[in-house]
Every structure is written in C-alpha cells, then in structure tokens.
Design a protein around this ligand. Sequence first.
Ligand SMILES: [Mg+2]
Length: 157
Amino acid sequence: MKKILYIDMDNVLVDFQSGLNKVGDATKRAYKGHLDDIPGLFGLMEPMPGAIEALHRIAEHYDCYILSTAPWANPSAWADKVRWVTTHLDDLFHKKLIIIHHKELLYGEYLIDDRPKNGAKEFRGKWIQFGSPEFPDWTAVEDYLCQPYHPSVTMWQ
Ligand SMILES: [Mg+2]
C-alpha cells in the first residue's frame, strides 16, 4: 500500500507572488495588509518551478493529497483552489483536495509545507519543510522522497 503524503499549495505548489504580480495597484492598495483576501487571486497563480513534474513522479510512489488552507474571509479562494488543481494537474488529484485550517488532524506519512501554521508543525508524520535548507526546492523534495532507501516515519503501523 502506498504511503500517504500531503502537499500544501501556497508557496509550495503555487507561486503566491506570481498571482499578486497580475493584480492592479489600485486593488493591492484596497487590500493592503490582507492581500490574500483579493477576490480571484488564487486562480491567477503560476505553479512553483518544477512542482508539476515532480508531483507526477512522486505520485507514482505515494498516495498524494493536496492539503491547503484558504482565507476564511475570501470565499472565492476556496473555489479558485479547486479550479487551479484541475487546470494544472488534470485528474491527478481528482477528489483529493482537502481545504482545512487544522492540518494536525490528518494522519499520514509526510506533509510538504513551507510554514508551521494551521497545524503543519503539529502534523504527526514527518513535516518536510519546503524552502528550508534541507528542502530548498522540488528537486530536493523529489530526491528525498523517491530515493530507494529513504528514512521512514511509521507513525500509524
Ligand atoms: Mg504554504
């Protein structure tokens, strides 16, 4: 049975700044201090470099789910995230998108996340901190997860 692996979206799978770059200055001024509440913002973001290719390879070895948090005050973000996943990842994550503010509730082997927020730090498997010195990019993550003898965290056996 494949081990369960969760992948965060913002600044892991999607490039948050690339979405902001497509938003006009007037809108940015109106949402100053809470830019993630800009309607439609999450549909504008580009994939992080190498993310799509790496995920296709990783998904051959792991049971993968996207585990993301959407801003509570921006309902369009919730819909934008579903649309983003189906647009950029075809059917790879069909009905495998979980949007939640409590990532610690999920069980599984790995969580790839850039920040400790929303329960990532309390996740009971191994937290792969994307952007850290150990895992600076998708090449490093893929090398770690797909090597033949990677260290295993077996919390749920
Ligand atoms: Mg993130």
